[in-house]
Design a protein around this ligand. Structure first.
Ligand SMILES: NC(=O)c1ccc[n+]([C@@H]2O[C@H](COP(=O)([O-])OP(=O)(O)OC[C@H]3O[C@@H](n4cnc5c(N)ncnc54)[C@H](OP(=O)(O)O)[C@@H]3O)[C@@H](O)[C@H]2O)c1
Length: 335
């Protein structure tokens, strides 16, 4: 089969289309013939060596396809099933956090930028029938992160205001869809006029240009919104202080990313006086993945696809992701 392989860390050019052996399922495993895969910011961190993983590697956490082979002892999954893949393994047994053996497809495990993948049978779930293959492949990692952030961690309720930082991001566009479906008012920030306009077409109520407002962006959010927000979805990291300042008293700031840097300086008083909760999260549990899939089937939104490329053009997709040019998910056609 064909797969994108990364033999060393580096720029997008280290992603090379190679012919590799077809995978065979071991006991309890299945081989999925992938229809499509999708990118996450994590793939860029892995490619650059920021996230350390064993090489050589087939990158990619997101994918959807058709079950092609079934290993010994597998029940409930059959050849020909249309499936979507849960990209994480070994979530903790109490559902509260990743377990000690937690790992992810696309580093350290072999990932989805390929024509086929071998994975444990418990990692495949029925594909939501109303989604296309591209939409289904775009959903898993970012959709699950957005679901857990809003539903499990922030516990949003209808009528609350949710601020989403950097609306161009994959997780951010899922958070917008899910927050609107949950009956929330949504404020977004973006450095791009086009992305703020696109977010409004998807239902965002207010858009703020964070780069133009500089350090005053939390005040700009409050002014545009007519007050502080109830919940912030912050994937940037370096923005935590501003996110806390943008909250109404008792606000919740959900954090899961560090696109803007891995260290932050925070003031104590805005958290204590403002009664603000800082809620860390990572991806989500298998139970939350099932909840997300049920919601997708019953709701009317679809994953936002920035663009679709052939598998062999993974390097070009990485370049677009790394430069933050995308709005929504970058998808690769695997067949
Ligand atoms: N812990 C987890 O389980 C988990 C899961 C998923 C993602 N993440 C992390 O979450 C982050 C987002 O992931 P993703 O895949 O959604 O990434 P992505 O699609 O690459 O999103 C990047 C977006 O972040 C925004 N941004 C970057 N720097 C910013 C800044 N200084 N201020 C405000 N916004 C800024 C930009 O939005 P605009 O272009 O609109 O300005 C950009 O489009 C990454 O750090 C990723 O590693 C963590």
């Amino acid at each position: 089969m064909q797969a994108i392989r990364m033999n060393e860390p580096g720029g997008p050019e280290v992603l090379v289309l190679e012919t590799v052996a077809d995978p065979e399922p071991g006991p309890g495993e299945v081989v999925v013939a992938l229809k499509a895969a999708a990118l996450n910011r994590r793939d860029v961190f892995v490619r650059k060596g920021v996230a350390k993983v064993p090489l050589p590697l087939t990158p990619g956490s997101d994918g959807a396809g058709i079950v092609h082979k079934v290993g010994a002892g597998v029940s409930g999954v059959a050849v020909g099933d249309e499936v979507i893949i849960l990209p994480s393994l070994a979530w903790g047994p109490d559902q509260r956090a990743p377990g000690p053996g937690f790992r992810i497809l696309g580093g350290p495990d072999q990932g989805t930028y390929a024509e086929q993948i071998v994975i444990p049978a418990e990692n495949v779930y029925p594909k939501p029938s109303r989604l296309s293959w591209h939409e289904a492949a775009a959903l898993p990692l970012a959709g699950l992160t957005a679901w857990r952030s809003l539903m499990t961690r922030a516990r949003v309720v209808p009528g609350e205001t949710v601020l989403i930082i950097g609306i161009g991001g994959g997780v951010a566009t899922f958070a917008l869809n899910l927050a609107k479906a949950a009956g929330c008012r949504v404020v977004v920030t973006s450095s791009s006029d086009d992305k703020r306009a696109a977010a409004k077409e998807l239902g965002a109520d207010v858009g703020v240009h964070y780069a133009e407002a500089g350090d005053e962006w939390p005040a700009a959010v409050k002014e545009a919104n007519g007050g502080g927000v109830d919940v912030v979805i912050d994937s940037v990291g370096s923005t935590w202080g501003g996110s806390i300042d943008a909250c109404a008293p008792g606000g919740r700031v959900v954090v899961f990313g560090g696109t803007g840097g891995a260290k932050v300086d925070l003031q104590v008083r805005p958290v204590t006086l403002g009664q603000v909760a800082l809620l860390g999260t990572t991806m989500g549990s298998p139970a939350e993945f099932r909840q997300l899939l049920a919601a997708v089937q019953n709701q009317s939104w679809t994953p936002v696809i920035d663009s679709v490329r052939p598998l062999g053009d993974a390097a070009a997709a990485h370049e677009r992701e790394e430069n933050g040019l995308h709005f929504g998910k970058l998808v690769l056609d695997c067949q």
